[in-house]
Design a protein around this ligand. Structure first.
Ligand SMILES: [Zn+2]
Length: 145
């Protein structure tokens, strides 16, 4: 890979990219960076954020065609052990919180569905009561006559 100045870029799909598995949203999308890093195949190499134990928070480039190339951004120097552990703890907390949030959302959707069913059933029962009350009224009128 080589660094190239300028704004030329190859747009490549990043759907299989680590963006979706990142514990936090990317501030800058993987292809929206400069100076451009180009793989030897000619494609612009997306820029990812590492969440690994050894290099958390450091950006790196990979080939979109997965040529196995991986280049760490030189502008992101290695950090201290304390910060690596802190970033790792934050990453783990975000992942745990996201999973818990998904479970809670699914449970809330379940409860919402049950509530809708119960409300429908209550409305049906209320209609039955109203129709029984009508029947009672009619029978009373018949008895009075
Ligand atoms: Zn390549």
């Amino acid at each position: 890979m080589e660094h190239r100045d300028g704004s030329s870029s190859s747009r490549v799909s990043c759907s299989r990219a680590p963006v979706s598995s990142s514990p936090i949203p990317y501030r800058e999308m993987p292809l929206d960076y400069s100076p451009v890093v180009i793989c030897h195949c000619g494609l612009k190499a997306p820029c990812w954020i590492s969440w690994s134990v050894l290099n958390p928070g450091r950006r790196y480039h990979t080939c979109p065609l997965r040529h196995g190339l991986q280049v760490i951004c030189m502008s992101d120097p290695p950090t201290t052990t304390f910060l690596r552990e802190l970033i790792g703890d934050l990453r783990d907390f975000c992942v745990k919180w996201r999973k818990e949030n998904e479970v809670l959302k699914a449970e809330a959707a379940d409860v919402e569905m049950q509530l809708t069913k119960m409300q429908k059933r209550i409305a049906e029962e209320e209609n039955k009561v109203l129709s029984l009350e009508d029947e009672v009224k009619t029978m009373r009128k018949e008895l009075q006559n």
